[in-house]
Design a protein around this ligand. Sequence first.
Ligand SMILES: Cc1cc2nc3c(=O)[nH]c(=O)nc-3n(C[C@H](O)[C@H](O)[C@H](O)COP(=O)(O)OP(=O)(O)OC[C@H]3O[C@@H](n4cnc5c(N)ncnc54)[C@H](O)[C@@H]3O)c2cc1C
Length: 319
Amino acid sequence: MDSTLAQKFHDQIVSGARLCDYTTFRLGGACRGLIACQIPEQLELAVKSLADARLPFILIGGGSNLVVSDQGVDCYVLRYVTDKPLLEREGNDIIVSGSTSLDALALFSIEQGLAGLEYTSGIPGTVGGAVVGNAGAFGKQVGDVLKSVTLISKTGTRSKVGPEALGFTYRHSNLKERDEIVVAARFALQPGEREKFLEERAKILAIRHEKHPDLATHPCAGSFFRNVEPTSKAEKRQAAGWFLEQAGGKDLKIGGALIFEKHANIIVKGPQCTADDVYQLSCKMQQIVKEKFHFDLVREVRFVGKINSLPKNPSEMFW
Ligand SMILES: Cc1cc2nc3c(=O)[nH]c(=O)nc-3n(C[C@H](O)[C@H](O)[C@H](O)COP(=O)(O)OP(=O)(O)OC[C@H]3O[C@@H](n4cnc5c(N)ncnc54)[C@H](O)[C@@H]3O)c2cc1C
């Protein structure tokens, strides 16, 4: 750890941090140092300090969409997550920090009687991560109601842009290819019936509880592959899990990486599982679908750091 940084951020630095403690897959080795940022001001100061000192870094949110190398990453990690939601209502808009959990945003919008984000109830991770990946469920996604985002570049320059600048498509925004961080977001919602939304939330949470792994016993990163686009060989968007199941993927296993018993598109961490096991299992899943249905499943989950058997194809990696 750089000594100037250690002094400047002594309250926020987690010394000896291992990324397995900050990802829902519970995978990931060490980093040069982890700086925990909860509020925009802390994030901006940390970004500027690292940029000025020319120290490399990556940013994570809730770590719920990541498979991190067991060798860790040779850089600093900024973790932008707050335990106190930073939310404000202005008319029918909600302004929220990128560090706030998406579920806290969903609950706040419901309690305010505002429609447009109920379906995000129970999705893990932060608002920042959700904007980057255009997170969603039940055919809706956060990009549909996003009005603007405040971004900060990796060198510390602030900007504000509307959704048209983010190139939202299914589970994608162009922020995945840009070095910019979502500091805060503004969502434009519609007035509606609070009680109805509360009921809907309860139903959604029950469905998620029933169908998704309990992260305490089955660490994972949610659906591994995107559902299949309507423009592909499949005529309408279909669950990647359906193709995997039809191709016989439910019993696949490599090393400690296993398929979740209730969902063929979810890889879970078993005993002695490594990030490499997860990568290899995902390749096997792609292969069986390709053999049976002749198209390539596209990964939703992102790999971070050096994965031994990952070919050196930069489009597969990030940072
Ligand atoms: C059990 C389970 C269920 C899930 N269900 C769903 C679902 O129904 N729908 C769905 O869409 N997803 C789902 N996911 C996936 C995941 O929760 C989402 O992709 C989530 O939005 C990721 O947010 P995060 O903060 O955890 O991002 P991370 O995993 O920390 O990061 C993901 C990417 O976003 C970037 N990032 C994070 N924060 C910021 C920021 N502030 N600014 C810029 N870049 C940032 C990171 O650099 C990284 O590239 C599920 C995951 C799990 C484990």
